[in-house]
Design a binder for this molecule. Structure first.
Ligand SMILES: [Zn+2]
Length: 376
């Protein structure tokens, strides 16, 4: 929450360091992307001459080198396609560039935090500025105070400034679970657990549809302001999904902790392929939203010492949780499950979550046997 003059200094700083990062990137590219030490020899004096302090200059060089490391790792992992693909040629044929408001790392020498006053003192190209106010939730402030460690990133987005701090929160020692909670992910019900919790997707799906309708309207106008509003809208939507996912993850982890249970999650590889959808539903599904929910559950569970296992979800919607009979016909409709063998009738998602719970328990037991020291 910088005042106007402070905001101007921060904005100018980001523009300067990112402009220089683009230049360092060109030098790196021209020299075949040398190691950080050699890249520093080529660029450090010029960065200092441009008014960057020693720390800022080193951060710019490291940021550029790290960006190339990431790019090369992505290429190696095949994330940019085959050697002759368009995307890969595009990525390899020119230097990496940095947006004017891209993140800039700050260490403790360039940035200091006064938690009680909720202010920071931060290096800028116009000198160090003090008493820059920041805001965060009460919980976040506690985490900052206790666990903040290492570098923070300064970014600018839509005219607002954010500091993204790194916090190293210790994890609890995982306990031996007394049973598992199975979590079934779906479109109609975002998540259903074997203990009875159900997060309906209705609200989220309705929100998504409304956003999509508005987006279609905006997309017709190709003006600059329409583009900006589209961007804002998609960010707002992502925040909404994120918030929902946080709430669902917290509910599930708290429940597991309270009952000393573990959590059994579906492996998410290929949820898009696995879930067959009619067209209107397709827009509601975004695999990243499910992957995010999985990530949130995992990190909240690790903090609380709740064991998490990943299981193969294949046929979990067609298998009976009571007798194990697998039959496509068991699933009568989207919501209803009726076993052709033992006759049990259940909510389809609830049945699937119980199947996942059992698989989690089996996976845990199998893992424990393989973890146990071999008897001679
Ligand atoms: Zn059955």
């Amino acid at each position: 929450m910088p005042e106007a003059a402070q905001a101007a200094a921060l904005s100018a700083t980001l523009r300067t360091v990112n402009d220089l990062a683009c230049w360092v990137s060109e030098v790196a590219f021209a020299h075949g992307v040398p190691r950080e030490y050699e890249l520093r020899k080529h660029t450090y004096p010029h960065l200092k001459a441009c008014g960057l302090g020693a720390q800022a200059a080193q951060h710019v060089i490291k940021k550029v080198r790290d960006a190339y490391t990431t790019l090369h790792a992505n290429i190696r992992a095949g994330n940019l396609g085959k050697p002759k693909s368009k995307r890969r040629i595009k990525a390899e044929s020119k230097p990496i560039t940095f947006r004017p408001e891209a993140a800039q790392p700050y260490d403790d020498r360039c940035l200091s935090w006064q938690y009680d006053q909720q202010t920071v003192s931060i290096w800028t190209t116009a000198g160090r500025i003090k008493n820059v106010r920041f805001s965060c939730s009460a919980d976040a402030l506690k985490v900052l105070q206790q666990y903040r460690k290492g570098e923070s990133d300064l970014i600018e987005r839509d005219g607002s400034f954010y500091l993204i701090a790194t916090c190293e929160v210790p994890e609890a020692e995982p306990y031996e679970p007394d049973g598992f909670i199975g979590v079934d992910l779906g479109i109609v019900n975002i998540s259903t657990t074997s203990t009875g919790y159900q997060a309906a997707g209705r609200g989220l799906n309705r929100y998504r549809r409304r956003q999509l309708a508005l987006r279609a309207k905006l997309q017709k106008k190709r003006t600059k302001s329409a583009k900006r509003r589209l961007k804002e809208r998609s960010r707002r939507e992502a925040r909404h999904v994120k918030n929902t996912n946080h709430i669902i993850a917290k509910t599930i982890v708290t429940e597991a902790e309270r009952t000393s249970a573990g959590i059994s999650l579906e492996e998410l590889k290929g949820i898009r392929q696995r879930v067959r959808l009619r067209k209107p539903q397709r827009v509601a599904l975004h695999s990243w939203a499910f992957a995010q929910l999985g990530d949130f559950i995992v990190y909240k569970a690790r903090r609380a010492g709740v064991p998490v296992v990943f299981v193969d979800p294949a046929y979990s919607s067609k298998e009976c949780a009571d007798c194990g009979h697998v039959d496509r016909l068991n699933r009568i409709s989207q919501a209803k499950f009726a076993c052709r063998s033992c006759g049990v009738v259940a909510h389809a998602d609830r049945n699937a979550s119980r199947v996942l719970a059992r698989r989690g328990k089996d996976a845990w037991t199998a893992g424990r046997e393989s973890r146990a020291p071999a008897t001679p």
